[in-house]
Design a binder for this molecule. Structure first.
Ligand code: BG6
Length: 474
């Protein structure tokens, strides 16, 4: 890279989420969450949330490592159930105290705290009492929780994300507590999604009201979709795949109303948005100061004729399947032009440039990448090193893509590697590692939980020091 396109105030960051790093799952009054319950179900074959990376007890050491790295921003989530163990009702002061310590230490170390209010870990009490997002009671509880966070932390924290990846979360049944025995599950999903939009609108509006110079935005799981060929129907299927998985969600946050194509689509498949007049007013209050993009891979779609034998057994009216709309059917296929990780994600830095250009031209909002990284196994050498050149390659190519997008005229103000330390992967426990810093544990052996900076940590340190101009150096 000959010249750096990154401005002096570009946020070089890294991230995590509460249930994936904190551990201390029942410490100091924290309540049970959906993330805990789902992790405990998998405890037989992978690590769970009980200890995770033990950030709950080791946050000082970790923040020191962040400072040594030169990190400008740390994106992390608050566990709603640490602040409200039941999700609503009584505040747990020890939870407030805990996050105050983290925020203060970050600021002392010149690291901007960037908080996500809700990262997949709904308090379980709300699931038992209201079936979670099915009920408007959960929307009210979330607004109260958001208000409590702004009032307690908003004097120091100015950047806020509401839900992590609503557009992805809504399609993952276990995170939403959607099971087949719940009747019309697709109608239930639409209701939950709608309630999350209401919660977003309320919480974003409260941020502007309660936090001086507060900025707020959604975080989106990006699904850049390519058509399998230049056949017009393949192209249309790619457009629809993006619309139903990502665009409808960004649009609804940004414009405070659902897009027409989405309303017509739901009508066509017999689903109902169930919006009240009051809901319309609430949705209009949604604020978006920036869009946070979580980017890992791209998708390729191939149009299927309605009579195609591949459709046998396919559930055609499912929002979850997202393989149908009034214009046809499609399937997700492998892109032969891309390499893939051992876990099947197709590595595609150009796709990030496409995503950033696409979102900026559609929504005209500043963008930040809040998740991007490589999840794979790492090997600790006898000398206690991790030579993760493969991770450096991945991050380097994506930072380059960001610089190209900036050169295209896109307003990108930050980049957070996923993740700072190794985390509990939501699907593969501690086998699949993302961190710049290794956590010395396996799924079943806690070992000493020692923090060991990987080669990628030292490489990223130099990138930050040189404002991006050293990305090609090893
Ligand atoms: C994102 C989530 O969708 O994907 C993270 O926001 C998650 O929480 C990341 O860790 C990678 O997925 P996984 O399943 O490998 O942890």
């Amino acid at each position: 890279m000959s010249k750096s396109l990154f401005s002096n105030d570009f946020y070089w960051g890294a991230g995590s989420s509460a249930f994936q790093v904190e551990g201390g799952w029942d410490a100091d009054g924290k309540g049970l969450t959906v993330a805990d319950v789902n992790a405990f179900k998998k405890s037989e074959y992978q690590a769970d949330t009980k200890v995770a990376s033990d950030f709950y007890h080791k946050f000082e050491a970790d923040i020191n490592l962040m400072a040594d790295l030169g990190l400008k921003m740390y994106r992390f989530s608050i566990s709603w159930a640490r602040i409200f163990p039941d999700g609503e009702g009584k505040i747990n002061q020890k939870g407030i105290d805990y996050y105050n310590k983290i925020i203060d230490l970050l600021i002392e170390r010149d690291i901007e705290p960037f908080i996500t209010l809700y990262h997949f870990d709904l308090p379980y009490h709300l699931v038992e009492k209201y079936n979670g997002w099915e009920s408007k009671e959960t929307v009210a509880a979330f607004a109260e929780y958001a208000k409590t966070c702004y009032e307690n932390f908003g004097d120091r924290v100015k950047k806020w994300q509401i839900h992590n990846e609503q557009n992805l979360m809504i399609r993952v049944n276990e995170r939403m507590n959607i099971y087949e025995d719940k009747g019309n599950v697709e109608q239930l999903r639409i209701r939950m999604d709608h309630n999350m939009f209401l919660a977003y609108a309320k919480a974003s509006d409260l941020c502007h009201e309660l936090v001086d110079n507060g900025q707020v935005g959604p975080s989106i799981s990006s699904t850049v979709t390519y058509p399998a060929t230049n056949k017009p129907q393949d192209v249309m299927s790619a457009i629809w795949n993006n619309r139903l998985k990502t665009d409808y969600c960004i649009h609804t946050h940004v414009f405070g109303a659902y897009p027409d194509y989405y309303i017509n689509y739901l009508d066509d498949v017999g689903l109902n948005l169930e919006i009240t007049d009051e809901d319309y007013d609430v949705m209009k209050k949604a604020k978006v100061d920036f869009i946070a993009v979580n980017y890992y891979r791209t998708i390729t779609t191939k149009y299927l004729e309605p009579t195609d034998k591949n459709l046998k057994g396919t559930k055609i009216k499912g929002f979850n399947e997202v393989d149908y709309n009034m214009y046809g059917y499609w399937e997700i296929i492998k892109n032969e032009n891309l390499e893939e990780t051992e876990y099947g994600a197709q590595i595609d830095p150009v796709g990030l440039r496409i995503a950033l250009n696409d979102y900026y031209s559609k929504y005209h909002k500043p963008l930040i990448i809040t998740e991007n990284g490589l999840g794979t196994a790492d090997e600790l050498t006898k000398e206690n090193k991790i030579h993760d050149g493969y991770r450096i390659d991945y991050i380097q190519s994506h930072i380059r893509a960001i610089s190209e997008a900036i050169n295209d005229g896109v307003d990108v103000f930050g980049y957070c590697v996923w993740s700072f330390t190794d985390i509990l992967s939501s699907h593969q426990g501690f086998k699949k590692r993302y961190g710049l810093v290794y956590i010395n544990r396996t799924d079943f052996e806690l070992k000493d939980l020692k923090r060991i900076p990987k080669d990628s940590y030292y490489w990223y340190k130099k990138v930050i020091e040189t404002k991006g101009s050293s990305i090609d150096e090893r």
